[in-house]
Design a protein around this ligand. Sequence first.
Ligand SMILES: Nc1ncnc2c1ncn2[C@@H]1O[C@H](COP(=O)(O)OP(=O)(O)OP(=O)(O)O)[C@@H](O)[C@H]1O
Ligand SMILES: Nc1ncnc2c1ncn2[C@@H]1O[C@H](COP(=O)(O)OP(=O)(O)OP(=O)(O)O)[C@@H](O)[C@H]1O
Ligand SMILES: [Mg+2]
Ligand SMILES: [Mg+2]
Lengths: 264, 264
Amino acid sequence: MARIIAVANQKGGVGKTTTAVNLAACLAAAEKRTLLVDMDPQANATSGFGIDRKAQRLTIYDLIISDASFEQVVLRGIVPWLDVIPSGVNLAGAQVELLQLENRENRLKRALSAALSPLMMADERRYDVVLIDCPPSLGLLTINALVAARSVLVPLQCEYYALEGLEQLLDTVKLVRGALNPHLEIEGIVLTMFDGRTNLSHQVETEVRGFFGEKVYQTVIPRNVRLSEAPSFGKPIVFYDISCTGALAYINLAKEVMNGGEES
Amino acid sequence: MARIIAVANQKGGVGKTTTAVNLAACLAAAEKRTLLVDMDPQANATSGFGIDRKAQRLTIYDLIISDASFEQVVLRGIVPWLDVIPSGVNLAGAQVELLQLENRENRLKRALSAALSPLMMADERRYDVVLIDCPPSLGLLTINALVAARSVLVPLQCEYYALEGLEQLLDTVKLVRGALNPHLEIEGIVLTMFDGRTNLSHQVETEVRGFFGEKVYQTVIPRNVRLSEAPSFGKPIVFYDISCTGALAYINLAKEVMNGGEES
Ligand SMILES: Nc1ncnc2c1ncn2[C@@H]1O[C@H](COP(=O)(O)OP(=O)(O)OP(=O)(O)O)[C@@H](O)[C@H]1O
Ligand SMILES: Nc1ncnc2c1ncn2[C@@H]1O[C@H](COP(=O)(O)OP(=O)(O)OP(=O)(O)O)[C@@H](O)[C@H]1O
Ligand SMILES: [Mg+2]
Ligand SMILES: [Mg+2]
């Protein structure tokens, strides 16, 4: 059974897409069969892999709103061992359209479980890990991801406003667990854009580790300009500059995520 | 008639709140009667002024959903010459609730125009400038702000993903101008988190100035850790550290915004 992990945080610009794209690429490099689902109308995870966001094609919108099949939507072999379900601009209207549909919170779960079920996929095709990149809100797109997922990986920027928003996110996770998805756990919290030269970064790290203990990954993602350059080349960091601190951090995070799965 | 300016960009973490809070504080320091409206459920602009987000009080939610009066909601004199309409967690549910109300796109416009109309307010009370901080989405909360405003100030982070999202934002502004608010103009684009040591920042600046010319403010907001420390003390930058590069940049931006208004 694939591990389905939503990468979520309603605070904007904390590194959700950067984490989803680079973690997916590192898991694929470790020959884990990986699927990345882009649930954000901005389609940054799509363009982070060099996929044209504006090309005329079926996207996640068609999978959850107009009942296209998984096979029609998935882009296979974007990099070896990695498939991507792309997003596009038409997803922007999905928040409103979903409200009028049956099962509006379960659309992604149903679409994925049909595709991921052992009956549908031959052995060699089944995924080990599914990552879902979420938009910066707690609306129906993120709720769909939290219902489809078995756990949530939370990128947390080492800044004050980001820390403030954590409580609202954890309250929402509890609500979803109570009402829609009893299996939903916290996969882990990963500190992002850590700048060792600033007091603020150290203060946030101390506070978060103090409060969440084991749930916080040992790996801390440093602020590293190579990570923000890579998307303009349409490449995850391990294909853009494998020797930089950003790449080493995401490789280490992927190791922790892979080990974490074995325990549960 | 007050200038009503929405501070908007659906890309997350680009500096919307930091710009709204610090521009409002600088305009107030220049003795412009200023109102800051926090339209984001994260309520970062509220806590950026040291206002307790969780206190039991009426918020923007009550003004646009349950028809509370402006007087009941506004917090006067947060700093001299500055009033704030705070946000709170209950705004998170507003996206869905607004969908079921009459005039769902006009709720903020109606609430403000009643309060700002010359008939309602004695001369000395009337605002010179109203700033509206928007959430990172193009949903009904941001649409309400774009309908209530006469112009949009766009903070643009000097990064690739932020540049990619600009087109979607400008398309939405055109849609709103066409369907809901014929007066809506672009007030200006301000480059934020500029780091002169990186090629990426210079590339983004060159591209944006090349494409948008005069619409881009001369003032560029540098990446400056003091700007991200100030919110943890509940203070805008001019009250936290007036001598830092972040404060000087926002003072200069306020001068440009004040001059820009005279031309139009
Ligand atoms: N560790 C890092 N070091 C330097 N830059 C980073 C790092 N992580 C992310 N970035 C850059 O910061 C910006 C925000 O990151 P990203 O877009 O991944 O965040 P997000 O949470 O997905 O944003 P949104 O809320 O809009 O979806 C991007 O331009 C990205 O390239
Ligand atoms: N010029 C700057 N230099 C350094 N840090 C900054 C600067 N501008 C903003 N920040 C910090 O970057 C983070 C993102 O900024 P901010 O929250 O203002 O963006 P936003 O667009 O309002 O985010 P959201 O999309 O979540 O509403 C915050 O932690 C803020 O303190
Ligand atoms: Mg993202
Ligand atoms: Mg904000």
